[in-house]
Design a protein around this ligand. Structure first.
Ligand code: BGC
Length: 758
């Protein structure tokens, strides 16, 4: 059914239009009975439906209808699997449909700048390429059910500390290459029905009233067609917000801001066309949902739970597995220690908190795996409510550890340690958990740590345990999924989507997080995550992209469809993946591009493609990845465009950011060569470097040097090593007039500049 939205809007009074631009309550918009426009519901999101049954708050306090709780984004990201994310999105879309929800608030694709951000569990990665791909897949899945996604929080919302007022100050190149890039592909490729603007300010302007972000970039450049919704309570000034492109205010202001909009139109401050456009955008999305109503939708809770378990198992990252301690045999004697085994930490706190349809525990699920000869002893070891250790619990844990051959120790971040609303202040595990760990490492060798939590912890103890399985927040089937991996029913294939530093101080944002007062400066620039650790050669505990398998893969035969081309070409990179181990498994092939030379400071390498493949033992599978112009570009703030320099680009392919055995290179000749404009303060060196001015520069230099009694040929050769040559090279042209004592005049300089700039 095609609806004439413009005509519908033309029938509305000014007050009715203004009313469409804000919510009636926490989760619904206002109906218009006169024009037969129903109210619609928007609700969280992102990794499960949180439709509140009664009462309302956006802090996750009031219970919601039962829904499947999938792993949160931090875990989902470790799958590096767009197909799987799309499947999850689709299931979320079906559940939203079943509950009559028009827009599901998610995914969140903000960059993990610091491991301390309390909401990192809801975000994908420190890398914008990976984050944006996964966000796109999530959106495609949800919207395949004619339910809208809401890509959030746009933009530069990378901390919880003072999140509603803080000003994130970030230079334009960093903004484009890192923080906006996390949204860009998802917007362009998946067209979310809505984008949620963030609470914070970006370079001095609230995101909710930021014309550059909401109109110039989002709509004009990226072609976003949906509406922008405010994060809940993010509106600062309503009228400038509307003007900037912020269409729907949630949850609404009880009419206060609607009245301001009406007043602004009446006084001529706000053009009515701006309001009309916002209402059109909002109604177009609502009717996309309403007109696709297909009758009653139900969903198969069991099937969705199975999907949640499959995805959780795929999210788990095997960080370490010394002596191949894992997988465990079904006749193992296991001492299972840690309260998480019975009270799993499977989702984060705050607005994304889902009421799960069921909940698996590791204890119950491990028991199911053990056959008659296996045994399982359990002790909680510590309390999840407090940090100080309890001697009785500790002693019981030690006794339990002695009863089993292998200790499976469940550690992690309890709810109180990380949440929406605040950031962590350190990266350590709670003291009571460390005490148990310490006691057990003194008496046992075969220890497997199963970690849960939404973000990295420091692991000074990693060398004292054999295996570490990182489960992030695995959703309602986290327990079963962990058992599947521990017992080898699933071969782990998760890869880290963020770096695990040895210690917090190593993180690039350490000195500038969470800022001073209401200002946080992103001084590390584009050097976020592995971009920094690589550049500074700071060895992380576990690198970006790292993750082990129960089998082994060899990569070989790296080849290109062409070794050189222009900035407009698309390159295909192929590589063979062979499973040289005994089990079927999945490898994530990662491709990084490295500019060998650049006029700007660039990270040593950047992720530009990846592919996940399933390979049987002994089998070889070929993977093809493509690189388009963006793979080679940086953002030039002066050109206001993505920029590619001619030159050689390293292509590095492998298993993880710190394990890239195959390398080749591509030679690019770019059509974007910038032609600088020379002026009195350009240096002789600048002239010599430019193909347009080199000849003139040489002549000038030779004249100057000869005049100064120097050997021009020698000085030119050793321009960097010969002190005099180096000094002359960095002289501004105007100095040549003064030093030339008449041999080179101001008039000649002007003439020369005209000639080379022509
Ligand atoms: C959060 C959003 C969420 C909204 C509605 C806000 O506090 O930042 O992510 O979608 O509440 O619950």
């Amino acid at each position: 059914m095609t609806r004439n939205i413009k005509q519908l809007v033309s029938q509305m009074t000014l007050e009715e239009k203004a009313a469409m631009c804000s919510g009636a309550d926490f989760w619904t918009t206002k109906a218009n009975d006169r024009l037969d426009i129903p109210a619609v519901m928007l609700t969280d999101g992102p990794h499960g439906l949180r439709k509140q049954a009664e009462g309302a708050d956006h802090l996750g306090l009031t219970n919601s209808v039962p829904a499947t709780c999938f792993p949160s984004a931090a875990g989902l990201a470790c799958t590096w699997d767009e197909g799987l994310l799309q499947e999850v999105g689709q299931a979320l879309g079906v559940e939203s449909r079943a509950e009559g929800v028009a827009v599901l608030l998610g995914p969140g694709t903000n960059i993990k700048r610091s491991p301390l951000c309390g909401r990192n569990f809801e975000y994908f990665s420190e890398d914008p390429y990976l984050a944006s791909r996964l966000a796109a897949a999530h959106i495609r899945g949800v919207q395949s059910q004619d339910v809208g996604a809401s890509l959030k929080h746009f933009a530069v919302n990378n901390q919880e500390h003072r999140r509603m007022t803080v000003d994130a100050q970030v230079d334009e190149r960093t903004l484009r290459e890192i923080y906006l890039a996390a949204f860009e592909y998802a917007v362009k490729e998946a067209q979310p029905w809505t984008v949620m603007c963030s609470y914070n300010q970006v370079n001095g302007t609230f995101a909710a009233e930021h014309p550059y972000l909401l109109t110039d970039v989002l709509r004009q450049e990226w072609g976003f067609k949906g509406f922008v919704v405010s994060d809940w309570g993010a509106v600062n000034q309503r009228v400038p917000g509307l003007q900037a492109g912020m269409d729907l205010e949630m949850p609404g202001s009880g009419g206060i801001n609607d009245a301001k909009i009406v007043q602004a139109v009446r006084s001529g401050e706000l053009a009515v066309e701006v309001l009309d456009t916002a209402v059109e955008r909002i109604l177009r999305v609502f009717y996309q949902f309403l007109d696709s109503e297909v009758g009653t939708v139900t969903f198969d809770q069991r099937a969705h739970h199975q999907l949640a378990r499959r995805v959780a198992a795929e999210s788990a990252v095997l960080l370490q597995n010394n002596d191949a301690l894992l997988p465990l045999a079904s006749d193992s004697s296991i001492a299972l220690i840690g309260a998480f085994a019975e009270q799993p930490r499977y989702q984060g706190s705050g607005s994304s908190r889902v009421n799960p349809t069921q909940l698996e525990t590791l204890k119950e699920e491990l028991e199911k795996y053990l056959d008659g000869s296996g045994e399982l002893h359990y002790a909680p070891g510590f309390s999840l409510e407090e940090d100080s250790h309890d001697d009785a619990l500790l002693e019981e844990a030690v006794r339990c550890a002695r009863t089993g051959k292998t200790v499976v120790l469940c550690l992690g971040l309890p709810h109180a340690f990380e949440s929406e609303g605040f950031d962590r202040t350190h990266m350590r595990l709670p003291n009571n958990q460390l005490a148990v760990l310490d006691a057990i490492t003194r008496i046992k060798n075969d220890i497997v740590v199963v970690l849960s939590g939404g973000s990295p912890v420091e692991m000074p103890w990693a060398g004292h345990v054999k295996s570490i399985l990182n489960c992030y927040l695995g959703g309602q089937a986290a327990g079963g999924a962990a058992a599947d991996v521990l017992m080898g029913a699933v071969n782990p294939a998760g890869r880290l989507a963020e770096t695990y530093p040895v210690r917090l101080q190593d993180n690039p944002s350490y000195l500038n997080f969470p800022g001073e007062g209401d200002v946080v400066q992103y001084r590390e620039g584009v050097f976020v995550g592995y971009r920094y650790y690589d550049a500074k050669e700071v060895r992380p505990l576990f690198a970006f992209g790292h993750g082990l398998s129960y089998t082994e893969f060899e990569l070989s035969n790296l080849r290109l469809d062409k070794e050189q081309g222009t900035d407009k070409d698309v390159f295909t990179v192929s590589v063979d993946v062979t499973n040289v181990g005994q089990r079927a498994g999945q490898e994530v092939v990662q491709l990084y591009v490295a500019a060998e030379k650049s006029s700007v400071v660039r990270p040593p390498k950047e992720l530009r493609a990846f592919a996940k493949v399933a390979v049987e033992p002994g089998q070889t599978v070929t993977v093809n990845m493509t690189l388009d112009r963006r793979a080679f570009a940086y953002y030039s703030a002066s050109a206001k465009d993505w920029w590619i320099e001619s030159g050689c680009y390293g292509i590095m392919v492998g298993h993880a950011s710190d394990n890239l055995p195959l390398q080749t290179s591509i030679q690019i000749s770019s059509s974007q060569e910038s032609r600088p404009v020379f002026h009195r303060n350009s240096t002789l060196g600048d002239l010599l470097q430019s193909p347009y001015a080199r000849e003139a520069g040489l002549q000038l230099l030779q004249g100057m040097l000869a005049g100064m009694g120097m050997d021009p040929a020698k000085a030119l050769d050793g321009v960097d090593s010969d002190p005099m040559g180096a000094i002359v090279k960095d002289m501004p042209l105007r100095c040549l007039v003064n030093f030339g004592r008449g041999r080179f005049t101001d008039e000649q300089l002007t003439g020369l500049l005209q000639q080379i700039n022509a």
